[in-house]
Design a protein around this ligand. Structure first.
Ligand code: NAD
Length: 499
């Protein structure tokens, strides 16, 4: 009998009454690991109404008490770090090192959330008029929702609910249906840390469950991370329904190589950034722009990529794992075929890649294209596989223009030894996260994760101070305390001026 993934609703661990269950498969061999439910209408309804009721008491729990709970949560996440990473590796196919990184980057956000009191401080101006003071207080919103993608099943839920909850909100998480066991384990540890069980509800499902949440009148705010088409739908529908929405979407990240850079550092950086996690990272590099003589390094780059051997995560020599599912493999291989048909030169072909013992796995070998042009589908689509497109520019200005003309703006990077080139790049590039000799510049949580343009819809970004703004309202209070009463019959003050 196959294991059925449970949900956490109204303070209980429940087995869904749904008649619709999906198989979750091991991407290395298609073995069915367990089944995930598509929550029923009533189950989604109960999760939201329970979160709404829980908010009434949770919002009044003192901030330091909430902060202490999240500190305990951070402790438990650290204690169970490897165990969570094993669940994660099995359902995503990530290497164990990469799975541990996924968990760790989430733990850092929980750690950051423990400092919430200083991020929720208001402002105070004494004597804005005679005897009158004005101050602001920061208060939570109510029920917040998180909809997360498959590619970081620990880190991305942890971007959201620890901060939302520590600010005094309650939370309904709808994780990816493709790797549901990792977020379930995160929830169990959350309850173990002492949080009331109805403060975080976890429901499973897909499009229908998301749409129910988007249209629910008791949902105040929605955080989404996923593909661009879905993100645009969520942003439009959520804001049409007058909700606060942040949507982190797709990417096409370029790395610029200047000829004065350190060659081996460059090659090392590009190979990891293009093929790590099988290229299924929103901050991975999919286009490398070689400026001037840096073009000559492509032979060394090809040799370095060729050495990467993907495998099942339990194989310690595995460079990266399979793609998440068979459709993703078919899609990525289809884009490679289309790239050849469009006239790009395929230097390294990862199609039909077979791993011994895992012949049915969704593996794609490292793939390298040159002679790529902006009109090709491999350039304008997010491939989300271990596929790197090499392009050339004569000057840094040309490289900057290419990147700025691309609609996405999640991450970019430059490798150079020139401070002037780096400064120009950082200043002129229209991308939200910039690396200088760092291939994947994901900021730590005291900053925010700041995608731009088609990679992000909304105003306030993930984690850092911006997340606290996203998950709270500001209330501004103007107050006066009378030292004595005015005599009977005094004239009423009809002016709006404060004096
Ligand atoms: P996805 O858009 O298919 O799914 C994301 C979530 O949306 C899932 O929970 C899914 O159940 C739900 N969903 C799917 N289709 C839906 C629909 N039609 N209506 C409503 N909800 C729907 O994304 P994915 O394949 O899981 O993740 C990969 C994508 O996520 C890539 O495009 C990647 O760039 C992006 N991503 C972006 C960031 C970022 O920070 N910008 C981070 C990680 C991943």
């Amino acid at each position: 009998m196959l294991e059925k993934i449970n949900m956490y609703i109204d303070g209980k661990s429940v087995v869904s009454q749904s008649e619709q269950w999906l198989d979750v498969t091991n991407p290395a061999n298609q073995e069915v690991l367990y089944q995930v439910p598509m929550a029923t209408h009533n189950e989604v309804e109960l999760a939201v109404s329970s979160a709404k009721t829980a908010f009434e008491t949770w919002k009044d729990v003192p901030v330091p008490v909430r902060a202490r709970m999240v500190l305990q949560y951070q402790h438990l996440l650290k204690k169970h770090h490897d165990e969570i990473a094993e669940i994660l590796a099995e359902e995503t196919g990530k290497t164990f090192e990469d799975a541990k990184g996924d968990v760790w980057r989430g733990i850092e956000v929980a750690e950051h959330a423990a400092g919430v009191a200083s991020m929720m401080m208001g402002e105070y101006v004494e004597n804005v008029a005679n005897g009158i003071d004005t101050y602001s207080v920061i208060q939570p919103l109510g029920v917040c929702v998180g909809i997360t993608p498959f590619n970081f099943p620990a880190m991305i839920p942890l971007w959201m609910f620890p901060l939302a909850v520590v600010c005094g909100n309650t939370f309904v998480l709808k994780p990816s249906e493709q790797d549901p066991k990792t977020p379930n384990r995160l929830a169990e540890l959350f309850y173990e840390a002492g949080f009331p069980r109805d403060v975080l509800q976890v429901i499973h499902g897909g499009k229908d469950q998301v749409n129910q949440l988007l249209n629910h009148e008791d949902v105040q705010a929605i955080s989404f991370v996923g593909s661009v088409g879905v993100g645009e739908h969520i942003y439009k529908t959520g804001t049409d329904n007058l909700k606060r929405v942040q949507a982190f979407t797709g990417a096409k990240n370029h790395l610029v190589v200047m000829p004065d850079a350190n060659k081996n550092q460059v090659i090392n950086g590009i190979v990891g950034a293009a093929c790590g996690a099988a290229g299924q990272r929103c901050m991975g590099i999919s286009v490398c722009v070689m400026v001037g003589d840096a073009k000559d390094w492509q032979t060394d780059l090809k040799a370095a990529m060729e050495k990467l051997k993907p495998n099942y995560w339990k194989n310690e020599d595995s460079a990266y794992g399979p793609l998440i599912n068979a459709q993703a493999k078919t899609r990525v291989e289809g884009l490679i075929t289309q790239g050849v048909a469009d006239g790009a030169t395929l230097l390294l072909d990862g199609r039909d890649y077979k791993v011994e013992g895992y012949e049915n796995g969704n593996f794609v070998g490292p793939t390298l294209f040159t002679d790529v042009t902006v009109d090709m589908s491999i350039y304008h689509n997010e491939i989300f596989g271990p596929v790197l497109c090499l392009m050339y520019a004569d000057t840094l200005e040309e490289a900057i223009k290419l990147i700025n003309d691309n609609p996405y703006g999640n991450g970019t990077s430059i490798f150079t030894n020139s401070g002037a080139a780096a400064r120009k790049f950082q200043h002129e590039i229209k991308v939200g996260q910039v690396g200088i000799n760092i291939p994947i510049p994901v900021p730590l949580p005291f900053f925010s994760f700041t995608g731009w343009r088609k990679s992000f819809y909304g105003d306030q970004h993930a984690y850092g101070k911006q997340a606290v703004k996203f998950y709270t309202e500001t209330k501004t209070v103007t107050s006066r305390w009378f030292e004595s009463d005015i005599p009977d019959g005094g004239a009423p003050n009809l002016s709006i001026n404060l004096r």
